[in-house]
Design a protein around this ligand. Structure first.
Ligand SMILES: [Zn+2]
Length: 161
């Protein structure tokens, strides 16, 4: 039996500020970007880090517009979204030197979407042997200090886009 590890099938995004609404809607306050792990806010697309990643460097790429379905995107938004997926992969390659990637989309709760109201791509960098590593760790996820450190490494690259 071949087991395919598909981390994007499980979405563990939790919002810190439930009252503040959707974590994928960047809003106008850029002062909070670091606290919210937002790496990039463009005219049509935003990139942020998954607060509860399966592996460090797990990024989320979403349209600025709060829409649930892929087919709701305009052609311009679709192009911009894929362009940012591409640029994010490029930055992860430079900063974290992964050996591969899983890139996926969960549409609808039944498909594993944690936040189904605002569609988003998952980009998960992969390294040889990382599944063994994660099995050992079990439910203990990457600690916040590591995420902040990764954020500080990635942020300058996104600021220079
Ligand atoms: Zn939203």
């Amino acid at each position: 039996m071949q087991v395919i590890w598909a981390p994007w099938r499980m979405d563990y995004i939790l919002s810190d500020d439930k009252k503040g609404g959707c974590i994928f809607c960047p809003g106008d306050d850029r002062e909070k970007d670091q606290a919210r792990l937002i790496l990039y806010v463009g005219s049509m697309t935003t990139v942020l880090m998954n607060r509860f990643p399966y592996i460090n460097g797990h990024l989320l790429v979403a349209p600025i517009r709060h829409i649930p379905e892929l087919e709701g995107l305009s052609n311009e938004e679709s192009m911009d979204l894929l362009l940012m997926v591409k640029k994010s992969v490029d930055i992860l390659k430079k900063v974290m030197v992964p050996e591969g990637f899983n890139i996926g989309l969960n549409l609808g709760r039944v498909a594993g979407a944690g936040v189904e109201e605002h569609m988003h791509f998952h980009i998960v960098p992969r390294w040889n042997g990382d599944t063994n590593y994660m099995t050992v760790l079990g439910d203990v996820r990457v600690i916040p200090e590591h995420i902040d450190e990764t954020y500080r490494k990635l942020r300058p690259y996104f600021e220079n886009l």
